[in-house]
Design a protein around this ligand. Sequence first.
Ligand code: DQA
Length: 144
Amino acid sequence: MRQVLVLNGPNLGRLGSREPDVYGAQTFDDLAALCREIGRELGLSVEVRQTDDEAELVSWIHEAADSRTPVVLNPAAFTHYSYALRDAIAQRTAPLVEVHISNPNAREEFRHTSVVAAVATGTIAGFGMRSYELALRAIADMDE
Ligand code: DQA
């Protein structure tokens, strides 16, 4: 079965209680369960992780590059300034889809810049947790 890593950056472990007007009422555990369920439907083995630590997220991107594993990545705030994450993603050997729950372009100015978008396969933003579902479907449809 094809493996897919669903990686999440800082503060996403607090979904459910974190700014529910922006991110909704579902928890991180709900998100992880949704991703695994969509994975089962698509014949993908989905592993979901979250960290608040930039170094740990970079090491997971290295791991995916070494094992040629596709990634769905919500870099959270790192999206907007982490050149370390960007340089890690540039080493990818399989598709990597950047996702966001909200639409950063419709929010504060500092969220309009993604330093990772140019090295991702593509970006899906603004569909709530369905952004992850759409990203998993895109990966399932790809040959790599
Ligand atoms: C986010 C958008 C980012 O701007 C923000 O820092 C997040 C979540 C999203 O999923 O909408 O933490 O990536």
